[in-house]
Design a binder for this molecule. Sequence first.
Ligand SMILES: NC(=O)c1ccc[n+]([C@@H]2O[C@H](COP(=O)([O-])OP(=O)(O)OC[C@H]3O[C@@H](n4cnc5c(N)ncnc54)[C@H](O)[C@@H]3O)[C@@H](O)[C@H]2O)c1
Length: 424
Amino acid sequence: MAAGGSSVLRAGMVGLGMIFDETYRPFFERAHVEGLWDRRFGALDIELSAVGTRTGKRAAAYKKSAGKNIADFKNFSGEQALEQLVATDVDLVCVATPDDRHFDSARKALEAGKHVIIEKPSVLSLRELDELVKLAHEKGVLAKVVYHKLLDPDHKKLRTLVADGVLTHINNGYCSLLEPKSISGSQFAEWITGRNPGTYVAVHYIKLIDFTFGGRLKTVTATGQRGLVGPKDGPTWDSVQMRMIYEHADGREAAYDIHTSWVTPNNFPGYVEQEVQFRFDNGVWNGHSRKRGVELTVEDRTPNELKTTINTHYNGTFLEPWEARSQRGYGIEVIERFVREVAYVEKGGPAADRADRLKEMRSLAYNDLAADRQVVAAVQALEAILEEAAQGHPDAVVSYDAETNKLTLSRPGNSQVRVLHPGQ
Ligand SMILES: NC(=O)c1ccc[n+]([C@@H]2O[C@H](COP(=O)([O-])OP(=O)(O)OC[C@H]3O[C@@H](n4cnc5c(N)ncnc54)[C@H](O)[C@@H]3O)[C@@H](O)[C@H]2O)c1
């Protein structure tokens, strides 16, 4: 793709489910009306020009309901949807399919020379990660992943205090993220078999920890419970508890426990329960994303249809003081950031300097796929440990060698080590 050209960026969207509706849709609708502006790339039209889904029904319904709020996008569905989408003139592709279907779509889009952003968890194995990173380099495009919790003002403050040396040397911490039963029971019913809430949401905190505190990932252990979403001895998990051990540059260690569930009662006062506690040599950080001060009661409507404690920072619908209706929050901001990064690479200066701009945008560790290595290693470890447990071999331990990129799994009472990723 050459820098310069007309002042429009065209986007393709793969998967039109819950997260599209919450974050991509409001971004594309606002950008459709307002465009994007930056001193470096000027005024830019942003067009959602093609979407690809399994059946095309949601896309057709969305097109009808959105009307003039969105461009007249092409609606591809079925087996060849991806191939058809990447054959169009889209500049960037957003991948928001179920967790275990990201890789294929991302690979095809990168092969076609499109910039790509993938929903979390980026991919489920280091092999897939290596392949996508290599492809992005060969094709001279960006390959990024969405971790919107890094843009949560509370997490930005935490990172600022760490970066400025106010909070020093983390020793340990815990995080919990609990989803309502409706997620596992109906929203994801089509792809829930064999899946677990750890990969789905612990990954938010794995990234927060990895990005904010740094260090080398050493080991991962995990356990979980079954019997509600699927059979008690099957491969589908209700709740998962994982532990990661990191090593700091000075040789001291840090341990993190992350608890997740997608069987929390639907009448829970908040939509998603998110809590963290991090303990440092000289301090403690306690954070709760739901209890930030709002408590709402509406007769007959809370806590089911409306929630009691709402996270208005992630993604809220508002009547602005200037009377306009809006939908905004860090969940939407993170998508806009990516589109701005693509715009900067393609339109932010002379074509001769595109490689420098690409390099600059790739160096952003918060969303670049190449910087997602330890997160993917932890996710692959978690998946392998749960798979072993489902086969009757609980309590496996996965070790990661950050230097060689080698990932291995050991089982208690078994001297054989299973190589999950051979590394260099
Ligand atoms: N950032 C966040 O906080 C957040 C929140 C929710 C979901 N997610 C992530 O977004 C992704 C999608 O989740 P969701 O909640 O939107 O799921 P969903 O089940 O609501 O929607 C999935 C969409 O993908 C489509 N799809 C499925 N397989 C496909 C394929 N092979 N090719 C093309 N389209 C396909 C479906 O038709 C549907 O439109 C997941 O990876 C999930 O982890 C992120």
